[in-house]
Design a protein around this ligand. Structure first.
Ligand code: ADP
Ligand code: ZN
Ligand code: ZN
Length: 731
């Protein structure tokens, strides 16, 4: 009897064998229900073979094969396999993480109803339908068999012909539409038929579009490096039009659920007749399943989504776009710790289609690949709208203009003036990159690790300095080793009272605070954006969330508080992020016809980062940062992975990590550091620690991790939760 090898949602990286009658390799990718222990669970058939190591008397059989669930295409199964191997996460968990919740159950799905208009519709057999084996439908389902047969003979049948053919016909058609065997006649894909014809391209846009179009049928990673307001979206739109004309689908990954409505409107407006869906965490299970099925069957032409949608099945994908590719939300920070951007690149290579990474401030990794020719770079260096000048960026030296409760007098003054002119302002509070480091304000000396040039973190409780990179510890010095200054203090300032202080200084201003909490609810953003557009708000106060791609046409002043935290962060990526953030937030100013102004409160007005920002000169800064990383030995010049562990007591964690170190088979390619407690030691009642591994060879690192992971499973760890994090976004 044939054996199905099935992936199941368990943390063991193996497939499980089940017997099944009437099963063949054409069933690979189907969902099944199988007995597992005392339960029935959902699984996906990954392979069909004839031999198994399990005793033929003991082998269990598959309970049910869900034929109505669309089969996962091979291309997607390959992506899952790669993802499982690269991130060292079990294949079953990778798959179940990626599937809509409804498909993770061991029950048949209730397929959402598709509207049927019998008199006008034409039904056409899809590729999936053509490949469906007639004998896979049981003989007693006569109507279904006959219908499939008819479709396979004639390809297309009109609704009128089918309407009264059987009492079961409606249910069948709905089922087949949803699982992608047939499609309803699409309205013809008409691009450019829009109330708003596209603007003529700027010459830079034109060059970019032409370059990418010239090699559109093949794999290339394009880095579209364009300053904010340079019209990257228009470049996407033109390329999307070309792909749509070829009858293919497009996947656009965006960092934030909040950005989808805005982009959705732009795309829908340009392509009013094209079926566009957005996939994000705000959808309920049915909506997500519906979108997923439509992408699978090819009905949805444009899919817009957050990181999880990199796992969407497609019928005929022609282009992928990762907008704001540098954004860290593309990296998942728990469970399956994958990078959606990197998986998207893998996927486009696998199916030989182009992928565009768009950003005003590319990640240093991507930028590095563009410099060394692995990626192809196209640049947009000026704003697309005529007269939309770049904002004027100035620093306020808060060593001379003391800030009270975070706000300096020159900034308050500027806010006053802007309010008087009835223009909107943003006050941006930087909270990122804040870990207490030791800094001498007399000579700018800061405490760095002697072993790895990473900044040391102040642990006041233990009265020491610790390197979160390698675990090295030092005593807290009493005075600056460079200049003898005794006034050394952990660096950074609180931001709690900014809103209140503003209200005191500007009693007539309507101030709106925006943070994660105020935007959590569904539609909260829509309401907020509406308020801003209707000019019901004078000053917006917020954190990182404000930096992301929103268009605020009437904002002409931006004040930035506390950016210096990130200049002296222990995280080697903090400068890169700060620059990205400041560029983005500056891009909010003066988008329409009013020139914007950005005021940065800093103690280090001459820092190269602010200099680069004033000139909007990403290249110089990026090349400087890359040179630093090369010397210090940080990515992209080498590859990292982190073993993360947590338990109720940090001692347990550190013991576990130490045993992990002892177990490891070292070789000259692998650098293994000491265990370190996490900067934020306790999280949700657990104490956490980690251990860094790095190598100049990705292949060597991967080989090491595979073997190490197997050994780690042999450690007694029932009180410990641990996981590997490959290409960690932070330590
Ligand atoms: P980016 O995504 O690069 O920050 P956008 O795509 O948001 O920039 O474009 C900024 C503004 O420029 C938008 O209002 C857009 O409609 C406009 N725009 C883009 N391309 C053109 C063009 N070729 N001519 C006129 N306006 C354009
Ligand atoms: Zn000093
Ligand atoms: Zn160190």
């Amino acid at each position: 009897m044939p054996i199905a090898r099935v992936a199941i949602n368990v943390p063991v990286d193996t497939l499980f064998d089940y017997s099944a009658e009437r099963i063949s390799s054409s069933d690979i990718g189907l969902r099944v229900s199988v007995p597992f222990g005392k339960k029935r669970v959902a699984g996906i058939i990954i392979d069909v073979t004839s031999d198994t190591l399990i005793d033929s008397k003991k082998i269990k059989s598959i309970e049910q094969i869900f034929n109505e669930t669309p089969r996962l295409p091979k291309e997607l199964l390959d992506l899952f396999t790669f993802c499982s191997q690269y991130y060292h996460h079990s294949i079953g968990m990778v798959i179940m993480n990626a599937l809509p919740a409804t498909l993770r159950t061991s029950k048949p799905i209730k397929l959402p109803k598709d509207k049927i208009s019998w008199n006008t519709m034409q039904l056409t057999l899809t590729e999936t339908g053509k490949q469906t084996d007639l004998t896979s439908i049981p003989v007693r389902q006569r109507v279904a068999r006959n219908l499939l047969n008819r479709f396979q003979q004639s390809g297309t049948i009109s609704g009128r012909e089918l309407k009264d053919s059987s009492s079961k016909i409606k249910q069948l058609i709905q089922q087949w539409l949803m699982c992608g065997w047939i499609t309803k006649n699409q309205r013809p894909v008409t691009t450019n038929i829009s109330n708003n014809p596209p603007p003529p391209l700027t010459s830079e846009q034109n060059t970019a579009v032409n370059a990418i179009t010239a090699s559109i049928g093949q794999f290339n990673v394009w880095l579209l490096h364009g300053i904010t307001g340079s019209g990257k979206t228009e470049v996407y739109l033109r390329l999307i039009a070309t792909i749509l004309e070829q009858g293919k689908q497009i996947l656009i990954l965006v960092p934030e659920i909040n950005l989808t409505p805005q982009l959705e409107a732009v795309f829908q407006n340009r392509f009013p007749n094209v079926n566009l869906i957005s996939l994000h965490s705000g959808l309920n299970d049915t909506e997500r399943l519906q979108g997923w099925l439509q992408a699978h069957s090819g009905q949805a032409k444009i899919v817009l989504g957050t990181r999880l949608s990199v796992f969407t099945p497609f019928h005929n994908l022609g282009l992928m776009i990762v907008d704001e590719e540098h954004d860290h939300s593309f990296k998942q920070q728990d469970g399956l710790r994958y990078s959606a951007r990197d998986l998207a690149i893998f996927r486009s290579k696998q199916i030989d289609i182009p992928i565009i990474l768009g950003s005003a401030t590319p990640s240093l990794e991507s930028y590095y690949h563009a410099l060394n020719g692995r990626y192809r770079m196209v640049k947009l260096t000026s704003r697309a709208i005529q007269n939309a000048a770049l904002p004027l960026i100035q620093t306020i030296d808060i060593r001379t203009h003391k800030a009270s409760n975070g706000l300096s007098q020159p900034l308050i003054h500027a806010l006053h003036e802007n309010l008087a002119e009835k223009r909107q302002s943003i006050v941006f509070i930087n909270r990122r990159g804040y870990a207490p480091v030791l800094l001498c304000k007399a000579c700018n000396w800061n405490a760095v690790c002697t072993r790895c040039s990473s900044r040391l973190v102040v642990h006041l409780r233990d009265k020491n300095l610790r390197c979160h990179h390698c675990g090295n510890q030092q005593q807290l010095p009493l005075a600056c080793p460079e200049c003898g200054n005794q006034d050394l203090a952990p660096f950074g300032q609180g931001t709690q009272r900014v809103t209140e202080t503003l209200a005191n200084y500007l009693p007539t201003a309507r101030i709106l605070r925006i943070d994660r909490d105020s935007t959590r609810q569904k539609d909260a953003w829509r309401t907020i954006l509406q308020k801003i557009h209707d000019q019901e708000v004078d000053i917006l106060v917020g954190t990182q969330i404000l930096a992301k791609g929103h268009d605020f046409p009437n904002v002409s002043l931006i004040g930035i508080l506390n950016p210096d935290n990130s200049l002296f962060s222990t995280d080697f990526r903090a400068s890169e992020r700060l620059f990205a953030q400041l560029m983005q937030i500056s891009g909010r100013a003066g988008r329409a016809n009013n020139k914007g102004k950005v005021l940065i409160q800093t103690e280090f007005p001459d820092h190269p980062l602010y200099r680069a920002l004033q000139k909007q000169d990403f290249d110089t800064l990026a090349q400087g940062l890359l040179a630093e990383r090369k010397v210090a030995g940080f990515p992209p010049y080498l590859y990292q992975a982190v073993l993360r562990a947590e338990a109720h007591k940090i001692e347990l964690v550190l013991n576990f990590l130490q045993s992990a170190v002892n177990l490891a088979k070292r070789n000259s390619f692998i650098e293994l550091f000491d265990p370190v407690p996490a900067q934020m030691l306790r999280l949700k009642g657990m104490e956490r620690g980690h251990l860094l591994v790095q190598s100049t060879s990705r292949t060597q690192l991967q080989a090491f991790l595979s073997e190490w992971q197997n050994q780690l499973h042999t450690l007694s760890s029932h009180k410990i939760r641990w996981a590997l994090d490959v290409d960690p976004a932070e330590l």
